[in-house]
Design a protein around this ligand. Structure first.
Ligand SMILES: Cc1cc2nc3c(=O)[nH]c(=O)nc-3n(C[C@H](O)[C@H](O)[C@H](O)COP(=O)(O)O)c2cc1C
Length: 367
């Protein structure tokens, strides 16, 4: 037992005092109800996990076009804001802190999920390999429509509106989803961005949309309440970059100058051996960013303690372990066994696999 490890000590994230350096990673659960309103079970789900130093919500679309999967919540209607307000109230009542992850999937969608049955949008008309998850099961991805230059200010405004709605819903901040092959990542990477305008070509141009979106979020929240998530070498959603180190060192350095709440880095690709991935120096990335660094991807208790104690990261985000262990922080503190997760209930269903994972037996001796 090492509850005195810095992993379990409070952390000042901007003006927010977190109770530990343990973060719940954003986790899509596909349980939203009609109108892409958070499930009535979501307040219970998030409140059960409020012992995390910081909760980051599941990815949440800022506009109808931003949706790429069935039953994901949005943050663009009054009903959605009201649904999220119940979540933030429940988390705050338990003393938790919660950021909303702002999302637009870009080409990782399907016309059957899009308003008017239109094609998904993307930086360039390049079809991802693989299949979209639709209400009719898996269907091959379609060739997206390339966004016109004059449509991009509208996308930025959708993120700004999402950030405003998140404020109205009582969140503590927002995380801009720049990871996992979704719209902002599609702009960043040279495999998916073949544009010839000011949003394509050079690194500065490819990063333009991400930084316009960050500026929009900052205009609502102030930089210390805005984080950003990146996944430099993950191939998820058929994405790659010829030089991820150069791309993401640049992103980290510019993000650093903004004074953001944090840089959240998916260090690798879930489930993949790092030998299969492009080499990447995370220490160099971290050095380019002056603010708090959240590391994620396959961390367990001992790696997390070592990373924080050794200064490789300020905070550690846990994904799947938080799905199956609502009281993950307590369990890690006590070095108690973890509940295994059930992948069959990750992305659909109702209570099962969502709010029914048991906490440690109440009878266990206090620390
Ligand atoms: C069920 C599931 C849903 C996920 N949803 C999101 C999401 O909405 N946004 C995001 O940025 N990452 C998402 N991820 C990735 C996780 O945040 C995390 O990066 C990944 O699970 C690796 O961390 P872990 O090894 O601690 O699980 C998801 C992962 C899983 C398993």
């Amino acid at each position: 037992m090492q509850p005195d490890s810095p992993l379990f000590q409070p952390f000042d994230l901007g003006a927010l005092r977190l109770t530990s350096r343990i973060v719940m990673a954003p986790l899509t659960r596909n349980r939203a109800v009609d109108g892409n309103v958070p499930s009535p079970l979501a307040p219970t789900y998030y409140a059960q996990r409020a012992g995390a130093g910081l909760l980051i919500t599941e990815a949440t679309q800022v506009c109808p076009e931003g949706q790429g999967y069935p039953r994901t919540p949005g943050i663009h209607s009054a009903e959605q804001v009201a649904g999220w307000k119940k979540v933030t109230d429940a988390v705050h009542a338990r003393g938790g802190r919660i950021f909303l992850q702002l999302w637009h999937v870009g080409r990782i969608s399907h016309s059957s999920l899009q308003p008017g049955g239109r094609l998904p949008v993307a930086p360039s008309a390049l079809r991802p390999s693989g299949s979209a998850v639709t209400f009719s099961g898996l269907l091959p991805f379609e060739t997206p429509r390339a966004l016109d230059t004059d449509e991009l200010p509208g996308i930025v405004e959708q993120y700004r509106a999402g950030a405003r709605n998140a404020l109205a819903a009582g969140f503590d901040g927002v995380e801009v989803h720049g990871a996992n092959g979704y719209l902002l990542d599609q702009f960043l990477r040279d495999s998916t961005n073949r544009r010839a305008d000011a949003y394509g070509g050079t690194l500065e141009n490819r990063a333009r949309l991400l930084f316009e979106v960050l500026d929009a979020a900052i205009s609502v929240w102030g930089a210390p309440r805005v984080g950003v998530r990146i996944s430099p070498v993950s191939r998820f959603n058929d994405i790659r970059d010829n030089d991820p180190q150069a791309t993401f060192d640049y992103v980290a350095a510019r993000a650093s100058a903004l004074g953001l709440a944090y840089l959240h880095v998916l260090e690798g690709e879930p489930g993949a051996d790092s030998a299969q991935l492009q080499p990447f120096d995370y220490a160099r990335l971290r050095a380019a960013f002056a603010g708090p660094y959240i590391a994620n991807c396959g961390y367990d208790r001992s790696r997390a303690m070592a990373a924080v104690a050794g200064g490789a990261a300020d905070l550690i985000a846990f994904g799947k372990d938080f799905i199956s262990n609502p009281d993950l922080v307590e369990r890690l503190k006590r070095n108690a066994p973890l509940n295994p997760w059930d992948a069959d209930t990750f992305y659909s269903g109702e209570e099962k696999g969502y709010i029914d994972y048991p906490p440690l037996a109440a009878a266990q001796a206090p620390l």
